[in-house]
Design a protein around this ligand. Structure first.
Ligand code: FES
Length: 104
């Protein structure tokens, strides 16, 4: 058990640690969108589902601001992963579901 400092990863997709987030909050970032622009947190494959709430909580704690007063950040659809075919479908059926592969 040495004195090695433990890194705490907050955004696993972009491999961003809590120390990096705190450093940028200290430098003046006070919204999740600013942290996104600088660190790319919330912009990985999970689109922030793994880190968004943790970062909001950290902003709230570090700034001493109630979490409901922290800007929640921009969310772009789709808000959860979906198959591309579903986007092109009508009524829940993929548009190319026929044997010929023709679209309806
Ligand atoms: S954990 Fe942050 S974008 Fe996936």
């Amino acid at each position: 058990m040495g004195g090695a400092k433990k890194e705490v990863i907050v955004c696993r997709c972009e491999e961003i640690t809590i120390d990096e987030i705190r450093e940028w909050i200290d430098r003046g970032c006070d919204t999740i969108n600013e942290l996104k622009r600088i660190l790319r947190v919330g912009m990985g494959p999970c689109q922030g589902r793994g880190c968004h709430d943790i970062i909001l909580r950290e902003l709230s704690r570090w700034l001493g601001t109630p979490i409901d007063q922290i800007e929640a950040g921009t969310v772009r659809p789709p808000v959860k992963p979906i198959k591309t075919g579903l986007l092109a479908s009508e009524g829940g059926e993929p548009a190319w579901s026929g044997k010929t592969g023709q679209t309806s």
